[in-house]
Structure formats: structure tokens, C-alpha cells
Design a protein around this ligand. Structure first.
Ligand code: ADP
Length: 479
């Protein structure tokens, strides 16, 4: 029997059964049943967060530290169970699910520490006898809207700083991954958050998310998801003159130069393009390879692809789990067909796989002979699909890498200090990796991109403060 998970509104668990959560590795397996909020519940949640803000914003560091630290400790203690549940509902492997859960614990721990490090500045005024103080305050009610691909880490990296800096929250997770969202809210609630400080409204983006966008009482929105929805968040936020922060797609290049260590380059490509079933905004979807290493690199990547174990996310041997759902699978297959129509050569995979249980299994796909003008090079696919673009030298590689509407991450595999340094300085991306996969980042440093990938201040690390606080400059005349 499945348990009904409810929404948390003003400290109460509320709601009737609304949607079922299906395991993408085995569509016969129902993970659970979840309440689905409507516009009324969204309004109640926003009102509760608004009412809770004055007291929470003045609560002081100790109360916030206690909740965040307790949350971190519980997540860490339950990492295997939560990681398994995450893998079951999203389809990433057990190792990835547990790794992501540990990261969530680390994020709460980091921001627990930050509550004790809040500081301001005190400077003399240009006017004699006057002092100037610069301090930071919470922004108010923060709307947090998250996608399905990192069901616990993304909520954690938004909720933890929002709470640390004294904001109250209305949290709307993606429809496909309510269990991870519910778990993190349950832990925070039991860790002692006052009622109304954190509200969970599971439900449809077009209903609950839209109600958040349309509310004048939501003072800031932090969003991660598609470019299309990001633009709606932006337009609605401008209408209400509220702060907003967007993390959207990527079309991240991994440059492989002739002088690269082949084993390192192949590791970076396999990990960056295909792990987490390619469902990462930081995935390396364009492999930009110079002529001298092209054939050796392609052969070695194909050999590795052939050995990857694709299967049930909960099987410890699995290296690549299923695609998250039928809609995403169709999108992946559509792009594979588009790539072939555009004249790229499908050199590996791209076909559906049958496993013991019914699931959304796709063999990782590799295209060769693609150009940077093709749709498969320009549009985010969000699946285990990558294409190789052959270039003559470093200069062409850099130009191709930067020729994209996105700018989240980029990577280069080279043993040349000159090219590595030049690439770090000239790559038009928010995060640049040298001899590392484009995906896989630390939890304590800024995350974010440029161009069509991101908008607003960076997330994570101390830089998160920029979004979740507002600066006050106070003047005092003391004679
Ligand atoms: P993805 O491709 O990751 O599903 P979406 O942008 O569709 O990207 O979804 C990201 C998040 O945005 C999800 O939580 C989704 O429910 C939410 N969302 C979708 N449509 C809207 C909307 N109109 N207003 C607010 N949030 C929305």
C-alpha cells in the first residue's frame, strides 16, 4: 500500500490524493501518491509565508543554524535510504542518488555555517558626525520552482540559503519527483521550522507554479528548468517588480585537443555526456575534437560506450539508468531522428532497449560528422545523446565552443598550459573545466552561466547571498 504524501501549508500537512509517481526503471512500480495543490492552496501557502516572514527574518542566527544543521545531519544519516528513493523515482543510478543526497547534506551544512558568519560594513560618512552601516536583510517570501533532474540537490541549494538569510519559502517541486521534495521538507519541518516558514505545494507547473508567478506577495523567485518556462518567470517577475534568478539549459562544449591525454579525454566525454543519462544542464553534448586525435578518440569512446551497463537504476551494477519518462524519451528519439535527417552519422546507439521490467531505456547515442549549425548542436536535448564536431585546430575549437546561445559550462582536455589558460580566459561560459567533465561541481563555490543559460546572481557558495538578501544602507547622525 502506498502512503499519501501531503502538502505542507502553514505548518499543516494538507491535501487529497492527486498524482502517482512512477519508477522509470519499472513502470509497474508506483513510488507513491501525492497531493496536488490548486491555485487556492498556492495562495494559502503564500499568505502563510508572508505572515511568517517578520518573525523568521528577526529570529537570529542560532535558530536558523540549529534547523539547517539538524537537517544536514539527518540527510547524511539517511543517505542510503534517501539516495535509493531518489534513484527509484528519477532513474539515476544508486551511486548517483546517494552522491546527490550527500551533496544536499553538505549544502545544508555549508549554509548552517553561513548563518553564523553574516556581517556588514561600517564606514564613516562624507558628512562629519555621521556613520554609515551596510547590512543585508532577507528579501521576504521566496518562490522556489525546481526541475526533476536533481530532485534533492537543487531544492537544497535554493532552500538552504533562503532560510539561512531569513526568508520564508513557497516550494514547488517538479511533478516527476515529489518524493525527494517531500522528504527534504519533512526533515526541515521536524528539525523545528516555525509554521509558515517553509511551505510545500506539489502540483502542476501551469497551476501552482503559475499562481506563484502571478502573486504580488512573492518577493523573489528562484527557478531552474526549461528556457520556455524561465522566460515566463522573467516576464511575470518584471510585471510584479520582483527579484528573479533563472538557471536554464546548456549546450556545453567539451574540446579535445591533439595533445590531450586520451584516457582523460574519454573519461571526461563518457562521464560528461552520458552519466545521469545525459539529463544534466551541465552535460557535454558537443564534443569538439581536433583532427589529429579525432579517430583515436572516437574509437575509444565507442569502445567505452559498448561496455556501459544500462539498466535498472536500483541495480548496483548499472552505470546508466533509464530516461526519466515517456515524454523525455520521445524528445531524445526525435532529436536522434533530426540528427540523421540533418546528415550526421549515428555511429553508436540511439535505440530503445528492453530490460526485465518495462522502463524507458535508451542506448546512449553518439553522432559523428556533425556541424555546429545543426539543430542537434544548437538545441538542448537533455538525454544520453552527444555529437562530435571535427575541427582543425585550437582556434577553430574555441570559436565553435563559443558559438552557441547557451553558456553554462565548458571543458577542454589538453596538456598544453597555454591552451588551457587561454581557454579558461576566453570561453564564454559561467564554469570552465580543464581535464575534467563539464558536469560535476563543488557545493561551496558559485554555480551559474551566461547568455541563454542563466539570469541573475549566481547560486551556491557565499555568492548565493546576493540573491537571497537585499542590502540596506543606514545613516546615523551622532553629533
Ligand atoms: P523541465 O523540462 O525541466 O520539466 P519545465 O520548465 O517545464 O522544465 O519545469 C521546471 C519547473 O517549472 C517544474 O517544477 C514545472 O512544474 C514548473 N513550471 C512549468 N510551467 C510553469 C509555469 N507556467 N509557471 C511556473 N512554473 C512552471
Amino acid at each position: 500500500m502506498t502512503v499519501l504524501r501531503k502538502n505542507l501549508i502553514d505548518g499543516e500537512w494538507l491535501g487529497e490524493a492527486g498524482s502517482r509517481n512512477i519508477n522509470p526503471s519499472n513502470t509497474n512500480d508506483v513510488v507513491g501518491e501525492y497531493a496536488s495543490a490548486g491555485p487556492e492552496e498556492a495562495k494559502q501557502a503564500i499568505a502563510a509565508a508572508k505572515a511568517a516572514f517578520p518573525a523568521w527574518s528577526r529570529s537570529g542566527p542560532l535558530a536558523r543554524h540549529a534547523v539547517l544543521k539538524k537537517t544536514s545531519d539527518e540527510i547524511m544519516a539517511r543517505k542510503d535510504e534517501i539516495g535509493r528513493s531518489l534513484a527509484r523515482e528519477e532513474g539515476k543510478t544508486l551511486a548517483e542518488g546517494v552522491g546527490e543526497t550527500i551533496r544536499a547534506a553538505q549544502l545544508f551544512d555549508f549554509f548552517a555555517g553561513e548563518t553564523l558568519r553574516l556581517s556588514g560594513e561600517l564606514v564613516p560618512s562624507v558628512r562629519p558626525g555621521v556613520g554609515v552601516e551596510m547590512t543585508r536583510e532577507g528579501v521576504g517570501v521566496v518562490g522556489i520552482i525546481t526541475p526533476w533532474n536533481f530532485p534533492i540537490a537543487i531544492p537544497a541549494w535554493k532552500i538552504a540559503p533562503a532560510l539561512a538569510y531569513g526568508n520564508t519559502i513557497v516550494f514547488k517541486p517538479a511533478e516527476l519527483v515529489p518524493e525527494s521534495a517531500w522528504t527534504i521538507v519533512d526533515i526541515l519541518h521536524r528539525a523545528g521550522l516555525p509554521k509558515g516558514v517553509l511551505n510545500l505545494v506539489m502540483g502542476k507547473g501551469s497551476v501552482v507554479g503559475q499562481a506563484m508567478l502571478d502573486s504580488p506577495d512573492v518577493n523573489a523567485i528562484s527557478f531552474t528548468g526549461s528556457v520556455g518556462t524561465g522566460k515566463r518567470v522573467a516576464a511575470a517577475s518584471v510585471e510584479h517588480m520582483r527579484k528573479f534568478q533563472l538557471e536554464m539549459g546548456g549546450k556545453n562544449p567539451l574540446v579535445v585537443l591533439d595533445d590531450a591525454d586520451l584516457a582523460v579525454a574519454v573519461d571526461c566525454a563518457i562521464n560528461g555526456a552520458y552519466f545521469s543519462t545525459g539529463q544534466r544542464c551541465t552535460a557535454s553534448s558537443r564534443l569538439i575534437v581536433t583532427e589529429g586525435i579525432h579517430d583515436r578518440f572516437v574509437d575509444a569512446v565507442k569502445e567505452r560506450l559498448d561496455k556501459l551497463v544500462i539498466g535498472d537504476a536500483l541495480d548496483a551494477k548499472t552505470q546508466i539508468g533509464p530516461v526519466v519518462d515517456q515524454t523525455q524519451l520521445k524528445q531524445d528519439e526525435d532529436y536522434i531522428a533530426i540528427g540523421r535527417q540533418e546528415g550526421a552519422e549515428l555511429a553508436f546507439g540511439g535505440d530503445r532497449l528492453e530490460r526485465e521490467a518495462p522502463g524507458f531505456y535508451l542506448r546512449p547515442a553518439l553522432f559523428l560528422g556533425s556541424t555546429n549549425a545543426m539543430r542537434i548542436s544548437r538545441e538542448e536535448i537533455f538525454g544520453p545523446v552527444a555529437n562530435v564536431i571535427r575541427v582543425k585546430d585550437y582556434d577553430e575549437a574555441l570559436a565553435v565552443a563559443n558559438d552557441t546561445p547557451f553558456g553554462l559550462t565548458s571543458g577542454i582536455c589538453t596538456t598544453s598550459l597555454k591552451h588551457a589558460t587561454h581557454f579558461k580566459r576566453n570561453s564564454e561560459a559561467g564554469m570552465v573545466m580543464v581535464n575534467l567533465p563539464t558536469a560535476g561541481v563543488d557545493f561551496h563555490v558559485p554555480f551559474g552561466g551566461r547568455k541563454g543559460s542563466s539570469y541573475g546572481p549566481r547560486e551556491q557558495g557565499r555568492y548565493a547571498m546576493e540573491f537571497y538578501t537585499t542590502v540596506k544602507t543606514a545613516y546615523t547622525f551622532a553629533g
